[in-house]
Design a protein around this ligand. Structure first.
Ligand code: IPD
Ligand code: CA
Length: 297
């Protein structure tokens, strides 16, 4: 558990919210300026031909990095697009960064500049900016800006979870309490790797008969915030990265959901993941996920 005081954590949360908000504003403005055609022209691919990165993903991460550098230049940033570096850009060997992070004497900002890039590219209104702050691998502050929804979800370790809605009103949020999994709405997502997607489809086919229904919204960060506010009862996904889930997991946990980060295992050797579920169904959900092979080793 982090030794940072509540004041420190609140300050980190406030800054994460301001930074996520600033990036969301830029993303909305740039999407309107570029329109569909220029946005597509600006897009390249990463891990596979269906894994896009647009000019706006890069601009959003650059902005967030500069804001963090101004606030806490000695911290480290792990960004989806730019990798791991010192906030102020001074070159430090990765091994020495990892050592300082595991000694717990530096904070790591984990940034997804646009989570839900495919939705962003297609003009579908589910994408987010996700910023987490981790101390010794534990997430202590997080903010997720729902860009089209003009909302920001946020939480600090031990401080509860909140949303600031489009009118500026701030409210506490709480996970749902369904009676059982059969009545639960479950969200998940699929990998950019075609072979893994087929395997994930087979798992979903087994799960569909055991829950109310399944949603694939296209942003892990938003899935987790929707668990936090009780609009989805449970979420799981293999193949996501820490920048997809770090902030959202803290927000869901602080809202009362049970969360679990999944390490790669022998069945999923290169794929981490996360589970978040309403407390009333989390045991049942984990046992079913185990039966359908998501947790099995
Ligand atoms: C993706 C989204 C999606 C999830 C993928 C992620 P990106 O992130 O979170 O919901 O299913 O696994 O990679 O690529 O849009 O930042
Ligand atoms: Ca992402």
């Amino acid at each position: 558990m982090s030794t940072l005081s509540t004041n420190n954590i609140s300050d980190l949360v406030e800054h994460a919210v301001v930074f996520a908000d600033a990036a969301a504003e830029t993303i909305r403005k740039r999407r309107a300026e570029l329109g569909n055609v220029k946005l597509r022209e600006s897009s390249q691919t990463k891990s596979s031909e269906v894994d896009p990165v647009t000019l706006v993903d890069l601009e959003s991460e650059k902005l967030i990095r500069s804001l963090i550098a101004e606030y806490r230049p000695d911290d480290f940033i792990l960004g989806e697009e730019g990798g791991l570096s010192r906030a102020d850009g001074v070159r430090v060997a990765e091994g020495s960064i990892r050592r300082r992070l595991s000694d717990g004497d530096a904070l790591e900002w984990v940034v997804d500049p646009i989570d839900g890039t495919v939705n962003f590219l297609y003009g579908l209104p589910v994408f987010a900016v996700s910023i987490a702050v981790r101390s010794n691998s534990e997430t202590i502050a997080g903010a997720v800006a729902d860009v089209p929804g003009h909302r920001v979800f946020f939480a600090g370790k031990g401080l509860g979870a909140k949303v600031r809605d489009a009118t500026g009103e701030i409210k506490d949020i709480h996970a749902s309490a369904p009676e059982n999994l059969a009545q639960s709405l479950v969200a998940t997502g699929f990998s950019y790797d075609a072979a893994m997607r087929s395997q994930q489809g087979a798992v979903v086919a087994k799960l569909l008969g055991k829950c109310r229904d399944i949603r694939r919204l296209g942003s892990a960060a938003m899935d987790l915030c929707l668990v936090a506010q009780g609009s989805i009862d449970a979420y799981y996904e293999r193949g996501i990265k820490v920048w997809d889930y770090a902030a959202g997991c803290l927000i869901a946990q602080e809202a009362g959901a049970v969360i679990r980060e999944l390490e790669p295992n022998s069945i999923y050797p290169s794929s981490s993941g996360a589970i978040a579920a309403a407390r009333t169904v989390s045991d049942e959900f984990e046992s079913i996920l185990s039966d359908v092979g998501v947790l099995a080793d």
